[in-house]
Design a protein around this ligand. Structure first.
Ligand code: PLP
Length: 489
């Protein structure tokens, strides 16, 4: 089914796809648009196109399920094994097993430890630390997998793939790092000049090589308009093979299901990882190993700090595949479109409001379309509890968690901690409680330092800070962007 031959772009109506869909000859998952067109697509078509031809988002036609033996042994499997078992059914028939293993090993080259923050009364949640990748945020998992997958799917192509992304700060760094040095692909990142932090600018514009950075004299909307204009420029498209790498790409979402399954499998039987150097504590407690014997299985709740709801949707995929997750908590800042929807049943998007957890300042979450394409509101309410958290509450949590446990949280993860506290204040929730920590606190040190004092800097951030940002400043003018793209080999 894989076509990998360059016919992917603009070839949505291939006879091959239609015949395969009718005959059911495919063995892996097929993909459809959230707009419910009847047509199905292969993984490579969905990944490389990004958006479906009808403007919808790609989703798997049916969410695959783990085999019984996998479900039983999630707690004892290595992260890479969980990754293979989770991702394989989504790419079966297109990416051979050994290749998938290489792609995963390259992408997930860092840990996602599930740690128990020390407290006297064991009242603290487990923390799933998703910030040990090169840009210190969970987006590394998706961006690194997507980059390697794109490169493999386009093997043998003579023309390089040109990825074009607009960023307000955070996504750009993960994409730059994910694609850095990846063969056959070059990346151009547009960011608003002077409006990203020094660290973000160095993560975006400090790598060089196949990553180019354009500092646009304007705001984020100007950057996005330029990218849109480039995709709408048919003359340009004839000369360069353009693709996007934004967060709605299905190949970024699927790999994020992996850490939910791995963490839930452990938490269910009372396991966690010894934290060692991984945890940014003020005081290192004696490393504590996992309990040796598996306990009685218990329900698992995972709280996900959310903005565009890609991460939470990946959690829903893991749950639907059969990972032992009882409930997901959707924790938002005051941009609470989804918690309000869960409560009222009415979906009302709003303009986004600025907060200190700014990677979650989203008033119209793009993955909502995926959630409602798979599940109706009754089903969503059974799986998800929504909580919204104010900046004041977030600051208080950052301060309290540091004061009480010596543990640093970033403003996004602290929204999750706060939601867990709100949940725990209600009728008791039995079982294991996990907070997904989406970024390292040093990444948002401007906010964190005022509350907890200087935050220990991890090696990944120190490395980025030592780089020199080299960006070309451009006006918000499509003809300048076009010339830039055409000037590159
Ligand atoms: C992107 C991001 C989020 C929000 O994730 P979504 O998948 O958009 O819901 C939360 N925290 C941090 C640190 C992020 O970078």
């Amino acid at each position: 089914m894989s076509d990998g031959s360059g016919r992917v772009h603009g070839n949505y109506y291939s006879n091959e796809a239609v015949i395969a869909a009718i005959l059911g000859t495919e063995n892996g998952v097929r993909y459809i648009s959230t707009k419910k067109s009847t047509e199905t697509f292969s993984f490579s078509q969905a990944a490389l196109a990004g958006l479906a031809p009808d403007g919808g988002l790609f989703i798997p036609q049916a969410i695959p399920v783990y085999g019984e033996s996998v479900k039983k042994s999630l707690h004892s499997m290595a992260f890479l094994e969980v990754a293979l078992e989770t991702i394989r059914p989504y790419v079966e028939g297109e990416i051979p097993g050994p290749t998938l293993e290489d792609l995963c090993a390259g992408a997930f080259s860092f840990a996602a430890p599930l740690v128990q923050v020390e407290s006297e009364d064991q009242s603290t949640p487990l923390v799933l630390e998703l910030f040990h990748g090169p840009t210190a945020a969970f987006k590394d998992f998706g961006a690194r997998f997507m980059a390697r997958t794109f490169s493999w799917l386009r093997r043998g192509e003579d023309r390089p793939l040109r990825i074009l992304v607009a960023t307000s700060g955070d996504t750009g760094g993960a994409v730059a790092d994910g694609f850095f040095g990846i063969e056959g692909i070059s990346v151009t990142i547009l960011y608003p000049k002077g409006r990203v932090s020094e660290l973000q600018e160095k993560q975006i514009a400090g790598l060089g090589g196949n990553i180019s950075a354009l500092a646009v004299e304007g705001n984020f909307d100007d950057c996005q308009s330029l990218v849109k204009a480039a995709f709408g420029d048919s003359a340009l498209q004839k000369q360069v093979v353009l693709s996007s790498a934004n967060s709605i790409n299905i190949s970024r979402l699927i790999p994020q299901a992996v850490y939910y399954a791995a963490a839930a499998g452990k938490a269910r039987v009372g396991f966690w990882d010894s934290d060692g150097d991984a945890t940014p504590r003020a005081v290192q407690p004696a490393a504590r190993a996992s309990p040796t014997a598996a306990g009685t299985p218990r329900p698992v709740t995972i709280c996900v700090p959310s903005g565009n709801f890609g991460n939470l949707t990946a959690g829903l995929y893991a749950l639907s595949m059969g990972a032992p997750i009882t409930t997901l908590v959707a924790a938002t800042n005051i941009n609470k479109t989804v918690p309000d929807y869960l409560e009222s049943g009415e979906y009302q998007t709003r303009l986004s409001q600025e907060t200190i957890s700014n990677a979650m300042d989203v008033g119209a979450p793009s993955n909502f379309e995926r959630m409602t394409a798979h599940w109706d509101i009754a089903q969503l309410r059974r799986m998800i509890l929504g909580f919204s958290v104010t900046d004041d509450e977030t600051r208080q949590t950052m301060a309290a968690v540091y004061r009480n446990y010596g543990y640093y949280t970033d403003p996004h993860s602290a929204v999750g901690w706060t939601a867990v506290q709100k949940l725990s204040a209600g009728p008791a929730v039995p079982g294991a409680m996990i907070v997904a920590a989406t970024a390292h606190p040093a990444k948002f040190s401007e906010t964190a330092e005022n509350i907890t004092g200087p935050v220990p800097i991890p090696a990944s951030i120190e490395k980025a800070m030592n780089r020199t940002a080299r960006a070309l400043t451009i006006p918000p003018d499509i003809s300048v962007l076009r010339d830039f793209l055409l000037s590159k080999p």
